[in-house]
Design a protein around this ligand. Structure first.
Ligand SMILES: Nc1ncnc2c1ncn2[C@@H]1O[C@H](COP(=O)(O)OP(=O)(O)OP(=O)(O)O)[C@@H](O)[C@H]1O
Ligand SMILES: [Mg+2]
Length: 369
């Protein structure tokens, strides 16, 4: 399994210096409002993904009066037939720059860290995955594609490069031939990205159906995932679509169709999840999506993800909290959960649980008794 064994955070928001050994199961961080609970989850997320889920301004993450923040982890993965592999992964951020470290060396690629530290995040805002525009759903889908297929990242980078150039040409009102220079690369990469996304969703759907049934047995209809490629359904020639829409795209100043416009719609009994599920069910549905992703990841890569859950009680009622914790235990996923009260989180297995009290950025491990 993959787990964070050591976590060390310095000068991250109100956390001056935090150092702890994590359990392979439940890690519960308890603290009052403003204790720094979200900051700890955010610090791990920043290391794993390169960005915060709260702000795009990374200087806000550095503790006031300090020059730099650091987040450091030791991540251990053990496979059934392989020996244990352990990596030390870290990030240091100043207001000017960000430096990634792996096993004592400076590295350039955030993707390398992401590969070794596969984390998923559930926050009180997570239902926005359904509510917000397609970007969040594309990110969800592409997280899976990135981990499932080593081709995905280079394809996506090539696609983004061509898209940027094409959009610039459209914006500058350059002649048609100069815009079309990019069409071939755009289409070739878009079709490959599309293929990976379709396969990923096809593989994910059975897991999603199962977790929806576990978490929301009251819904008898199975969820349907409708994938949208980013261009009209009946298109069989993307190059021709671009040629046909040249004037329209020129007027818009950007590329209207392509892999950058993909989306997934989740439907129950023909209705969009967002229009038919209660707010609580929407949160449970997002849990089911993350659990499905985690299970598929485990099944294909033999590597469980690490689940970060900020403020679990705000997400779910008691029955559903228990159900989610049971599923995480069955799936043997390391989970780091924050809560304002210890009593709100049932401890299912004392052998695989660590509890901490967080007080103004200082962490103290508590006895389980
Ligand atoms: N750059 C910073 N330097 C120092 N303190 C900061 C910085 N940024 C935010 N803070 C403070 O850190 C504290 C911790 O905030 P955080 O959101 O992590 O708390 P929390 O425990 O999740 O609270 P809640 O239960 O209300 O969600 C807040 O008091 C906030 O004002
Ligand atoms: Mg918080």
């Amino acid at each position: 399994m993959t787990q964070i064994t050591q976590l060390s955070i310095q000068h991250f928001r109100n956390c001056q210096h935090i150092q702890c050994e994590l359990s392979r199961g439940l890690n519960l961080i308890v603290g009052d409002n403003a204790a720094g609970k979200t900051a700890i989850i955010e610090a791990i997320w920043v290391l794993a993904t390169g960005r915060s889920f709260r702000t795009a301004k990374s200087h806000l993450l550095i503790q006031h009066q300090q020059e730099a923040l650091t987040v450091f982890t030791e991540v251990t993965s053990s496979h059934e037939n392989k020996s244990i592999a352990s990596h030390r992964l870290g990030v240091q951020k100043t207001t000017q720059q960000s430096q990634l470290r792996m096993d004592g060396e400076t590295i350039q690629s955030q993707a390398t860290i992401a590969q070794h530290l596969p984390v998923q995040l559930l926050t009180p805002e997570s239902h926005k995955l359904l509510e917000d525009g397609p970007k969040a759903r594309r990110q969800f889908m592409d997280w899976g594609c990135f981990h499932q297929s080593s081709d995905f990242m280079p394809l996506w980078r090539n696609y983004q490069r061509a898209l940027k150039q094409r959009n610039q040409a459209l914006k500058k009102q350059l002649p048609k031939a100069q815009v079309q220079l990019w069409d071939q690369t755009l289409v070739e990469n878009a079709l490959k990205i599309d293929g990976i996304r379709q396969t990923y969703l096809k593989n994910l759907t059975p897991y999603l159906v199962t977790f929806c049934q576990s978490l929301m047995p009251e819904i008898t209809e199975n969820v349907v995932c409708q994938y949208r490629a980013g261009w009209p359904k009946n298109t069989n020639d993307l190059m021709a679509l671009y040629a046909l829409n040249f004037q329209k795209e020129k007027a818009l100043g950007h590329t209207q169709y392509g892999a950058h416009r993909a989306d997934i719609r989740f439907k129950f009994s023909g209705q969009e999840a967002i229009n038919t599920l209660s707010r609580g069910q929407q949160k449970l549905f997002v849990c089911a999506l993350l659990l499905a992703q985690a299970s598929l990841h485990e099944k294909t890569l033999q590597e469980p993800v690490i689940m970060l859950i900020d403020d679990l009680p705000a997400e779910l009622d008691e029955t559903h909290r228990l159900k989610l914790l049971e599923l995480l235990q069955v799936l043997k996923i390391q989970h780091i959960i924050t809560s304002t009260s210890q009593t709100l989180i049932p401890i299912l297995n004392t052998n695989t649980t660590h509890i901490w009290q967080l007080n103004k950025g200082t962490l103290i491990q508590k006895s389980l008794l």
